[in-house]
Design a protein around this ligand. Structure first.
Ligand SMILES: Nc1nc2c(ncn2[C@@H]2O[C@H](COP(=O)(O)OP(=O)(O)OP(=O)(O)O)[C@@H](O)[C@H]2O)c(=O)[nH]1
Length: 244
């Protein structure tokens, strides 16, 4: 089991609701990073890991994140650009700070979200077991995005089939998920953000695998000065940040 010292923020600020375009979303990201930078200075940890959630719109990425960090399930509106949460956990005797980035699945944000693959030690690819196209898009879109944009050669990938609480509506079998994961060298789990089945296990297995990968530990060590919260948003410029 993971033990928590949870720190999380509610997913939708009033600012979120007003963001309708990728440009507005960029400004939103900058604001959120400033807030997260404050949190990072408060806590001690052995490793800081950057995790990324990707997959089609509506598969439940934000719901998984909210379920994991806040034990809450809600009917969420689509993510605008990129969102993130911080979670402190202890796994394998190590104190970990997880910065979990939740990307919008909608295609119009793809250029914006692609830069967030940089430096991620773990990438969670999510599909909806009741919507087959979200599974076929894994190979058509998401695996290609990882190949293009992930900068960590040893980055651990986790395939997640979400919404197993709707088993009667399932259009993707568990075996298909296992086969895909084997072919693409991913970990695999089926879960439900709604019932919380396997939600903790998903993050725990991913993080344990990262801990077993020495090259990723060098990247994620708290001794490394690189601050992943200060990652520049794509195409960010002075005018954007000064607007904020
Ligand atoms: N039944 C069920 N519904 C879920 C589950 N996870 C998410 N949902 C619902 O699916 C819808 C989409 O969930 P989101 O978490 O917003 O999906 P997303 O992948 O973040 O979507 P984008 O932000 O557009 O990329 C919401 O109505 C959720 O309530 C689940 O495990 N079971």
């Amino acid at each position: 089991m993971i033990s928590y010292e949870g720190k999380s923020k509610s997913r939708r600020s009033k600012f979120d609701e007003k963001c309708a375009t990728p440009d507005e979303a960029k400004k939103n990201i900058i604001l959120k990073k400033v807030t997260a930078g404050g949190i990072s200075r408060e806590s001690k940890f052995d490793y800081l890991f950057k995790l990324l959630l990707i997959g089609d719109s509506g598969v439940g990425k934000s719901s998984l994140l909210l379920s994991f960090t806040s034990d809450v399930f809600d009917d969420l509106s689509p993510t605008i650009g990129v969102d993130f949460k911080v979670k402190h956990v202890t796994v394998g005797g190590k104190k970990l700070k997880l910065a979990i980035w939740d990307t919008a699945g909608q295609e119009r944000f793809r250029t914006l979200t692609s830069s967030y693959y940089r430096g991620a030690q773990g990438i969670i690819m999510v599909y909806d077991v009741t919507r087959r196209e979200t599974f076929t898009n894994l190979s058509d879109i998401w695996a290609k995005e990882i190949d293009l944009y992930s900068t960590n050669q040893d980055c651990i990938k986790m395939l997640v089939g979400n919404k197993v609480d709707k088993d009667s509506e399932r259009t993707v079998s568990k075996k298909e998920g296992i086969d895909f994961a084997r072919e693409y060298g991913c970990l695999f789990i089926e879960c439900s953000a709604k019932t919380r089945v396997n939600v903790e296990q998903c993050f725990e297995e991913l993080v344990l695998k990262i801990l077993e990968t020495p090259s990723l530990l060098a990247e994620g060590s708290s001794g490394v000065k690189k601050n992943i919260f200060k990652q520049k948003p794509p195409e960010s410029d002075a005018s954007t940040s000064s607007c904020c």
